[in-house]
Design a protein around this ligand. Structure first.
Ligand code: GLA
Length: 382
């Protein structure tokens, strides 16, 4: 508690002392309410000189809102979610959330590590999804650093105890959200452990570049530079194959509207997912950070490019938004009202050795840095 007060006052002092604060990216901190167990939830607002504004809350280290200018400079909130903490407590749905310890699915919630089988909590039919019953998206993180200047940032930390949801090792996770004056939002995930474990972290923001609640994203133009996907079974677990996208509805190598091929009933994968919900192979191994997706909304002109070094990209076309969620500003979210792009390892990697490795050992540092660059009509976001 003392620690929090001290951090708070240090931060206030920094704000007051900055001589160039009006030109640079800024950060402010406030309470966003209380979790069910009474813990305070903070929300940190990052702003830049182009009017971009990101709000990040400590419940699930989540992106609660992001204002982005369109081609006329008009701002809209391009991420789905709720106006109040209560919305997130009542119906989480991973809006804006940090997901893990293992983002995506682990078959039957079971994985081998160093000759031993581990069993996770199950929350997606027979499988464990995004860390299990109480994943990182539902944990209360702590603000450990706030900065402003050329870049405004907040770092949140969560210490996941040994055995949390069945995962071995005490794992310390940091999420830094940084907004810069060149309209980039960068999320840097870092994790360390005291015992061998598995880690795969990502962010689960639901995007609509026309603004949340503005309707469907089926006309957004999407480009994914992946030559193959890892097809799944009826429970969304990879069947182990790596299948080329050429000649299939999964070919987004040239930008096309998200909705163009989504009704192709010859594709079992689209039937399983009720739309797109699978992993694209960007590369077989971790690589230098590169563009893993580009999305353009022809109506508003907003463009987002997504950068990461991870081999896989889960693309989910908001198929299970079913008109029963009332989000921000009383907006009903319906099927296809958002897209989700999650750079990560391939799903269920711990059960598919040829997909790579998710193992993290003591002394090593896990990292996933995701950059979202914004622009309009092709400018700035290349
Ligand atoms: C989570 C996953 C998505 C999708 C939905 C289905 O959000 O991240 O890929 O499977 O569940 O509800």
């Amino acid at each position: 508690m003392k620690h929090a007060v001290l951090l708070g006052s240090l931060f206030m002092a920094t704000t007051a002392m900055l001589p160039f604060a009006s030109m640079a990216a800024q950060a402010t901190r406030a309470s966003f309410g209380h979790a069910a167990d009474g813990q305070n939830i903070d929300i940190v607002t990052l702003t830049n000189s182009h009017g971009m504004r990101a709000r990040v809350m400590t419940y699930g280290a989540s992106l609660q809102s992001l204002l982005v200018p369109d081609r006329n400079g008009k701002l809209a909130d391009v991420v789905l979610g709720y106006d109040t903490l209560q919305g997130y407590l009542d119906r989480r749905q991973y809006f804006g959330a940090t997901v893990g310890r293992y983002a995506n699915r682990i078959a039957h919630g079971t994985f081998p590590l160093d000759g031993k089988a581990y069993h996770l909590t199950l929350n997606d039919g027979p499988n464990s999804l995004h860390g299990g019953v109480k994943g990182l998206d539902m944990q209360v993180w702590k603000v450990v650093d706030v900065k402003q200047g050329a870049v405004a940032s907040v770092t949140m930390q969560y210490s996941s105890p040994d055995g949390d949801q069945g995962y071995p090792g005490n794992v310390t996770i940091k999420a830094t959200y940084a907004l810069s004056d060149d309209n980039q939002l960068k999320i840097a995930y870092v994790a360390t452990t005291d015992k061998p474990t598995i880690v795969n972290l990502s962010n689960h923001t639901y995007w609509n570049l026309g603004g949340e609640g503005s309707g469907t994203v089926m006309d957004h133009l999407l480009m994914i530079p992946g030559d193959a996907i890892t097809p799944v079974d009826a429970t969304s677990i990879p069947n182990g194959q790596v299948v080329p996208v050429a000649g299939t509805p999964y070919d987004f190598r040239m930008a096309k509207p998200i909705g163009r091929d989504i009704r192709d009933g010859r594709s079992q994968q689209l039937l399983f997912g009720h739309g797109y919900d699978m992993n694209w192979v960007i590369s077989r191994k971790e690589a230098e950070a590169r563009v893993v997706a580009r999305v353009e909304d022809p109506r508003s002109g907003r463009v987002m490019t997504l950068w990461s070094s991870k081999p896989g990209l889960q693309f989910y076309s908001g198929n299970f938004l079913d008109g029963t969620t009332v989000g921000k500003d009383h907006h009903i979210y319906r099927q296809g009202d958002a897209f989700v792009l999650e750079p990560q390892l391939f799903p269920d990697t711990p059960n598919h050795p040829d997909f790579g490795s998710a193992r993290l050992a003591p002394g090593e540092t896990y990292r996933n840095t995701i950059i979202y660059r914004f622009g309009v009509d092709g400018a700035m976001a290349k």
